[in-house]
Design a protein. Structure first.
Length: 171
C-alpha cells in the first residue's frame, strides 16, 4: 500500500510489479469530506515534491491550498503528471513528459500569488454577489441578442457551397 505522505510512493511501480493505477479525475466539489481531506494531503505531498524538484519554492507559496484557483491548477498538473509518469499508455504521446513540463511552465503565472509572496497569507478578494436583476438581464439578453438568436451559418459557407457545386458539376 502506497504511503501518500511519502513522495517516493508517488512514483510508478517497477515493471512486473503492481498493476497500473486507474487514471484519476478529481472534482473537489463532488468528493465527500473524508475523501477531500485525503486527496488534499496527497496533493500537498506532490506539491512539496514539485516545489523542491523544479525549484519553485519562490513561485508557489506555502499558502497555495487557501486559494481555490491555485488548488484547481495544481490538481490539474498533479493528475496529469500521475497519468503520464504512472504509465498511462496513449499512442502518439511519446513526448508527453516534455509536454507536461511545458504545461507546468505555462501554468506558473496562474499559480503564483504576488499578494502572498512575502510569506504572509492574503485572503483572496471577496466574491461580490450579482446585482439585483442581473439574472433577468441575462435571460433578456439570451432572448433578444444577436449573439444568441442569429441563425447558424458557417463563416465559409459560400466557399463550401461553391466547392460542392464544382464537385457536382456535369461533365
Amino acid at each position: 500500500m502506497a504511503d501518500m505522505l511519502n513522495p517516493a510512493d508517488l512514483w510508478p511501480a517497477p515493471p512486473g510489479g503492481h498493476p497500473k493505477p486507474e487514471p484519476q479525475r478529481w472534482v473537489w466539489a463532488a468528493m465527500d469530506p473524508p475523501e477531500r481531506r485525503l486527496r488534499m494531503r496527497e496533493l500537498a505531498v506532490w506539491v512539496d515534491w514539485m516545489r523542491t524538484t523544479f525549484e519553485l519554492h519562490n513561485k508557489i507559496t506555502y499558502c497555495w491550498y487557501r486559494h481555490s484557483a491555485v488548488v484547481e491548477h495544481l490538481t490539474t498538473l498533479c493528475t496529469g503528471w500521475t497519468r503520464i509518469y504512472a504509465g498511462e499508455d496513449a499512442p502518439g504521446r511519446e513526448l508527453s513528459e516534455a509536454d507536461w513540463i511545458n504545461t507546468l511552465h505555462a501554468f506558473l503565472p496562474r499559480i503564483q500569488l504576488a499578494a502572498c509572496a512575502t510569506g504572509t497569507h492574503q485572503e483572496p478578494p471577496l466574491i461580490l454577489p450579482p446585482p439585483a436583476g442581473s439574472e433577468q438581464d441575462f435571460e433578456t439578453w439570451l432572448a433578444l441578442s444577436d449573439a444568441a438568436t442569429v441563425p447558424a451559418i458557417h463563416p465559409a459557407a459560400a466557399d463550401l457551397d461553391r466547392r460542392t457545386a464544382e464537385l457536382n458539376a456535369p461533365l
